[in-house]
Design a protein. Structure first.
Length: 201
């Protein structure tokens, strides 16, 4: 029995090890929603308000000093507001940068009026530092990342395009260590009872 448990534990370690190598990958909106994310639709502030630190644990900025992150009217996913990289209706040639002081496990947003090479890059460090993974895409719609590696907690992100805005920013907390332990224990149990059942046959 001891050998079987050790074998099961080794399998779990291998699975988690391969997940650790993966870094961050693209996931669907349904997968992100299953993680019960926080949703920010920017409708709780007046249109035209520059967004910096209004939301707890988050800091917003852009890559251009002349273009503060601002709320614009005409919500893409939810009315009346969405987030643009300029004081105008959409951001023009500016990328939106978000720092997550608490660190998160998953992130996504809806793109509006994309015109060019859209991308979402997540980083393991604040202020776009550390390990990074980039999701490239074209057109409208929600786009999401999930950090598989427990060492790759998302701490900052860059939303980029030539002419765009985002709405319904979603982010999910990093799972508690006890949750990961429970998952590992469950996998070991399934492996053990599966082998026991096969032996009986």
């Amino acid at each position: 029995m001891k050998k079987k448990l050790l074998a099961g534990l080794a399998t779990v370690i291998m699975v988690l090890g391969f997940a650790g190598i993966a870094g961050a990958v693209s996931i669907t909106e349904a997968q992100l929603d299953a993680m019960i994310p926080v949703v920010i639709n920017f409708d709780d502030v007046a249109s035209g308000t520059p967004i910096t630190t209004q939301y707890s644990g988050l800091t917003f900025s852009t890559d251009q000093a002349w273009a503060p992150v601002a709320i614009a009217t005409g919500g893409y996913r939810s009315s009346p507001n969405y987030l643009g990289g300029d004081t105008g209706q959409y951001g023009w040639n500016t990328d939106i940068i978000v720092n997550f002081g608490m660190g998160i496990a998953a992130l996504g947003a809806d793109w509006a009026n994309g015109n060019g090479a859209d991308f979402l890059t997540v980083y393991s460090g604040l202020n776009l530092t550390g390990l990074s993974e980039t999701l490239s895409f074209t057109g409208y719609g929600p786009h999401h990342f999930y950090a598989l590696d427990p060492d790759f907690v998302i701490r900052s992100a860059r939303f980029g395009d030539l002419f765009f805005a985002i709405d319904d920013l979603k982010y999910a907390a990093v799972p508690e260590p006890s949750t990961l332990l429970l998952l590992g224990s469950g996998l070991i149990g399934l492996g053990y009872f599966g082998r026991k059942r096969m032996k009986r046959k």
